[in-house]
Design a protein around this ligand. Structure first.
Ligand SMILES: Cc1ncc(COP(=O)(O)O)c(C=O)c1O
Length: 406
């Protein structure tokens, strides 16, 4: 009989969203009329921007004509038109990213998990606690040892490196899911310095870079000196341009990142770019042509204008949430450079107890912080991916809940 990969035995039950759904269903069964507002989901709520729809439709029509039909993409790494647009976008905020270091993909989730394939199982991985769960699960599946860097109140939920700890791989996410914090130039430089000192590689998830508003927060790790020697950057059109159901992202793997061969063996692959190219060549066949055309359109002046106005809507919602939390004197991070707001559960409750109270007494759904790591036990995540009306109503209910329970 086939045996399950033994690393899977070390995975924790993935119960966060299942448990949330279960609790909501139970509540709805007993309270069918309750006007529930969902403020916990990380999916966007605004549709694809019109320029992306137009470009995608046009490209699909091309696929139905003999002369313009496209089959497999030669490289599977993305069409030149899209890689050029991505490189230009980087240039726009001062980062130099050569086109041959860009790999177009179906999104940041698969890339942030799959990138683990190119690193030997004996690599020690540093992951912030709390974190996007994919980093932990994919490290476990590939048999790697994990150590945690604490994000907590004392560092305002922006974990910093522990210089006394050795590390080979480091997952960072800025702006962060779930804490909503974004690293400053100075903080990110400390991580790059740490990586260089350890000969480590940073896997930098910039899925939320388009939400950055403050000038002291870098939109890319490549704005930090020496990052090209140690950092892989993963990005996505999902939250930037509403591609969660359309699927497109990109990963930058600099050729300057050297990889050592294990156990003194010789290898023809000596850098991360060649290793990722080899991995993708075997396991990935590219993103569909219409989707790549839709993604290209996002970078046009009209596309940028349209996505900016969508992000502005989410930003207003984030402001409504942070203003309410400030008035209620509840400690929080996020909401300024991020669609996520991460706050301390009131009355000293733990995050699951607070989830139940908020659901039952205010009919508002959020995400218990514990689902993202130990340091989230007393924290709660709300998102700005909703309508303004729902966000305002949810905050009115939170205010009432806090007054009623005083
Ligand atoms: C930090 C982070 N990275 C990646 C993703 C997934 O992005 P994609 O839709 O491109 O797979 C998410 C989605 O919630 C995320 O929060």
């Amino acid at each position: 009989m086939a045996k399950i990969n033994r690393t899977f035995l070390d995975l924790k039950q993935s119960y966060l969203f299942i448990e949330i759904s279960k609790r909501i269903s139970e509540f709805k069964k007993n309270n069918p009329e309750a006007p529930i507002i969902r403020m916990g989901i990380g999916d966007v709520t605004l549709p694809l921007v019109p320029v992306a729809v137009e470009a995608g439709e046009k490209a699909f029509a091309e696929m139905g004509v003999k002369e313009t039909f496209k089959g497999y993409e030669d490289s599977g790494k993305g069409y030149d038109f899209l890689k050029k647009a991505i490189a230009e976008y980087y240039k726009g905020f001062g980062a130099n990213v050569p086109e041959d270091e860009i790999f177009v993909s179906d999104g940041a989730k698969s890339d942030s998990g799959n990138i683990s394939d190119i690193f030997n199982p004996d690599c020690v991985v540093t992951i912030t606690d709390p974190a996007y769960p994919v980093y932990v699960d994919s490290s476990i599946m590939s048999g790697k040892k994990i150590q945690y860097a604490d994000s907590n109140e004392s560092n305002r939920f922006a974990a910093m490196p522990d210089m006394s700890q050795k590390s080979d791989l480091i997952y960072l996410c800025s702006p962060n899911n779930p804490t909503g914090t974004a690293y400053t130039f100075e903080q990110l430089k400390a991580w790059v310095d740490y990586a260089i000192a350890n000969n480590a590689v940073i896997i930098y998830d910039a899925a939320y870079e388009a939400f950055i508003t403050e000038a002291d927060k870098p939109r890319s790790i490549y704005l930090i000196e020496n990052a090209r020697k140690c950092a892989i950057e993963i990005c996505s059109f999902s939250k930037t341009a509403g591609f969660t159901g359309t699927r497109c992202g990109y990963t930058v793997v600099p050729k300057e990142i050297a990889l050592e061969s294990p156990d003194g063996l010789s290898s023809t692959i000596t850098d991360a770019n060649a290793a990722w190219s080899r991995r993708q060549g075997s396991k990935f066949n590219g993103v569909s042509y219409p989707v790549q055309r839709a993604a290209e359109a996002v970078f046009s002046p009209k596309g940028q204008e349209q996505i900016r106005s969508n992000i502005a809507i989410y930003r207003v919602n984030a402001e409504i949430i942070t203003k309410t939390l400030s008035e209620l004197k509840i400690d929080f991070t996020g909401g300024v450079n991020s669609p996520y707001i991460w706050f301390k559960c009131p009355w000293g409750t733990d995050s699951w107890d607070f989830f139940d109270i908020l659901l039952k007494e205010a009919n508002v759904v959020g995400t218990p912080g514990e689902g993202f790591g130990q340091n989230g036990k007393d924290r709660f995540r709300l998102t700005s991916f909703n309508t303004k009306e729902n966000t305002e109503e949810a905050m009115r209910r939170l205010q009432k809940l806090m007054t009623d329970r005083k």
